[in-house]
Design a protein around this ligand. Structure first.
Ligand SMILES: NC(=O)NC(NC(N)=O)C(=O)[O-]
Ligand SMILES: [Zn+2]
Ligand SMILES: [Zn+2]
Length: 505
C-alpha cells in the first residue's frame, strides 16, 4: 500500500501542476481580455496624420504585444506587408499618448478628493497614457519607502493608465541620506519639494539647504528634483489681507497675496544651487525642474540665463495659465484659484510666446482637485478655498483650442505633452511613436468641437469644481491605447484597470 502511494505521488504532483498551469493561464488571458476593448493584440493603426518624431506621416503603425513593431508610410506600403487587423482612423490624428508629469490623485487617504480609479479613467478619456502622481495630497504623503509601498498597494488593479510616482523631499528626510536613497531605490522617479507652505500638514516646505542636499543625492541616481517655486520673501509682510477689509470674494484680493516676486525669489534661490548640476560640477547628474511657472517676466529671464550657462534646468507651465487671465475670473469663482495664481492677460501672452519660442520645456496638468465644500463654491471665499485647478481630462483639447490663435502644431503638442515629459520622467520607451516603444497612443479629432456641459461624460470625481466646465472646446479624443490595450473608446473604458505602476530601476 505504502509503496503504491509513493509511486502515485509524482503522478499526482504532475496532475496538480497541469491543473494549476491551465487555471492560471486561463485566468490571465481572461484578465488580458478585460484590459482592452480589442479582441486581438496584433494589429495596425492606420491614419492620414500620424505624429512621429520625423514629422506627420500618412500610413500605418503596427502594434504587437503592447509594443510598436513597425511604422510604414503609405507610399512605402505596396505589396510589402500583409495586413491583419486594421483600425482605420482616416483623418483623425494619431499621436503619442500624453504624459502628465504633474497630477495629484490623492490616493490613498483623500480619495473623496479624487482617487486612482476616477483620476486614471479621466486621464484615459483625455488621451493621457501615463501620469506621474505627486507625493502630496494623498495621506500619508509619499516621503519614504513605506509610504511609497502604500501608494503601490492603493494603485493595484485600480489604475486605467500607467502611473509613476514622485517622492517628497521634506525637512524630515532631506538630511537623512540613507532614507532618501531608500526612497529612490524603492522606485520614485525623482523628488518634489515646496519652497512655501504646501497646505498639507505632513508635507512641510524645504529651504535651500534641504534642496542642496536633495540635489546631491539625486545626482547619483540621475533623477530630477521638481520644485514648487514660490517663496514669501519676508514672512512678516502680509500682503493686502491683514485688516480683513479686502473682499474675499474678489479674485484680485487673492492675486495680491501671491505676487510674481514670490516666484522670482524662489527661482533666484534655486538657480544659485543649479550651478552644481553643470558638467564637471559636484551635483552633475542632478536636474532641477521648476513646476507650474506662472510669472512670465523676470522669473523666465532668470531661467533662460541659467539654461544658457549650462545648468541642468527645465520648466513647465500648465494649460490654465495659457487659457485664462485674472481679468476674466469672476467674483466668488474659486474654481480658478491655484498657486501660483493665474495672472493678467499680458502675462498670459508672454507665456505663450515663451512656450512657442522654446523657453518653456513642457506642459503638465497640475490637476489638484478637492471636494466642492473645500473649494468653497458656496460662499466663494478666495482666501479660504482650496488652491488647485481640476482639469485632468481636458488638457489636450484645452491646449489645442487655446493654442489655435498662436498656430500651435501637432508636432509641438507631441513635444510638450509627450516627448519632453517622458525624458523628465526617465521613460525611454515612452513619449514618441517610434519602433520599439510601448504602444501608448491617443487618437483624436482636432476639428470636432464640443460643449463641456452637464451632458458631457466627465470622469473626474467632482466635475463641478473644474474651471473648464461651461466652456466650448475643440479636439475630441476618440481612442486611447496604453501598452497596446485599447483602454478608452468613444465614451467607454476597458472593463479592467490594467495600467502599470512605473518604478525607476
Ligand atoms: N497642495 C497642492 O496640491 N498644491 C497645488 N496647488 C495649486 N497648484 O494650487 C500645487 O501644485 O501647488
Ligand atoms: Zn505646486
Ligand atoms: Zn501640484
Amino acid at each position: 500500500m505504502d509503496a503504491l502511494q509513493w509511486r502515485l505521488l509524482p503522478l499526482l504532483i504532475l496532475l496538480a501542476s497541469f491543473i494549476l498551469f491551465f487555471y492560471f493561464q486561463n485566468s490571465s488571458t481572461l484578465n488580458q481580455k478585460e484590459c482592452s476593448l480589442l479582441p486581438f493584440q496584433h494589429y495596425w493603426i492606420a491614419s492620414k496624420r500620424i505624429v512621429t518624431p520625423q514629422g506627420v506621416i500618412s500610413g500605418l503603425v503596427e502594434v504587437k504585444e503592447g509594443k510598436i513593431v513597425s511604422i510604414v508610410k503609405d507610399e512605402d506600403k505596396d505589396g510589402k506587408i500583409e495586413l491583419g487587423n486594421v483600425l482605420d482612423y482616416g483623418e483623425a490624428v494619431v499621436m503619442p499618448g500624453l504624459i502628465d508629469v504633474h497630477a495629484h490623485l490623492d490616493d490613498p487617504g483623500r480619495t473623496e478628493w479624487e482617487g486612482f480609479p476616477s483620476g486614471t479613467k479621466a486621464a484615459a478619456a483625455g488621451g493621457i497614457t501615463t501620469l506621474v502622481d505627486m507625493p502630496l495630497n494623498s495621506f500619508p504623503s509619499t516621503v519614504s519607502r513605506e509610504t511609497l509601498e502604500l501608494k503601490l498597494k492603493a494603485a493595484e488593479s485600480r489604475i486605467y493608465v500607467d502611473v509613476g510616482f514622485w517622492g517628497g523631499l521634506v525637512p524630515e528626510n532631506a538630511f537623512n541620506k540613507s532614507a532618501l536613497e531608500d526612497l529612490l531605490r524603492a522606485g520614485v522617479l525623482g523628488l518634489k519639494s515646496f519652497m512655501c507652505p504646501s497646505g498639507i500638514n505632513d508635507f512641510p516646505m524645504t529651504n535651500s539647504s534641504h534642496i542642496k542636499e536633495g540635489l546631491s543625492v539625486l545626482a547619483k541616481y540621475r533623477r530630477p528634483l521638481l520644485v514648487h517655486a514660490e517663496k514669501q520673501p519676508d514672512p512678516e509682510t502680509n500682503l493686502g489681507v491683514q485688516d480683513g477689509s479686502d473682499d474675499a470674494r474678489s479674485y484680485l484680493t487673492y492675486l495680491k497675496t501671491r505676487p510674481p516676486s514670490w516666484e522670482q525669489a524662489a527661482i533666484k534661490d534655486l538657480l544659485a544651487l543649479t550651478k552644481d548640476t553643470r558638467i564637471g560640477a559636484p551635483a552633475e547628474g542632478a536636474h532641477l525642474h521648476i513646476v507650474h511657472l506662472s510669472d512670465a517676466s523676470s522669473s523666465l529671464d532668470l531661467i533662460k540665463e541659467a539654461k544658457s550657462g549650462g545648468d541642468s534646468v527645465t520648466v513647465e507651465t500648465c494649460p490654465h495659465y495659457l487659457a485664462f487671465s485674472a481679468e476674466e475670473v469672476r467674483d466668488g469663482d474659486t474654481r480658478f484659484k491655484c498657486s501660483p495664481p493665474i495672472r493678467d492677460a499680458v502675462n498670459k501672452e508672454k507665456l505663450w510666446k515663451a512656450l512657442i519660442e522654446g523657453h518653456l520645456d513642457m506642459l503638465s496638468s497640475d490637476h489638484s482637485p478637492t471636494t466642492p465644500e473645500l473649494k468653497r463654491l458656496d460662499d466663494g471665499d478666495f482666501l479660504k478655498a482650496w488652491g488647485g485647478i481640476s482639469c485632468l481630462q481636458f488638457v489636450l483639447p484645452v491646449t489645442w483650442s487655446y493654442g489655435q490663435k498662436y498656430g500651435v502644431t501637432l508636432e509641438q503638442l507631441a513635444l510638450w505633452w509627450s516627448e519632453r515629459p517622458a525624458k523628465l520622467a526617465g521613460q525611454k520607451l515612452k513619449g514618441a511613436i517610434a519602433i520599439g516603444n510601448y504602444a501608448d497612443i491617443v487618437v483624436w479629432n482636432p476639428d470636432v468641437d464640443f460643449d463641456l456641459d452637464d451632458d458631457y461624460p466627465v470622469y473626474i470625481k467632482h466635475p463641478g469644481i473644474s474651471a473648464y466646465m461651461g466652456t466650448k472646446l475643440s479636439g475630441k479624443v476618440s481612442a486611447t491605447f496604453v501598452r497596446g490595450n485599447l483602454v478608452f473608446k468613444e465614451g467607454n473604458h476597458a472593463p479592467a484597470a490594467c495600467g502599470v505602476p512605473i518604478l525607476a530601476k
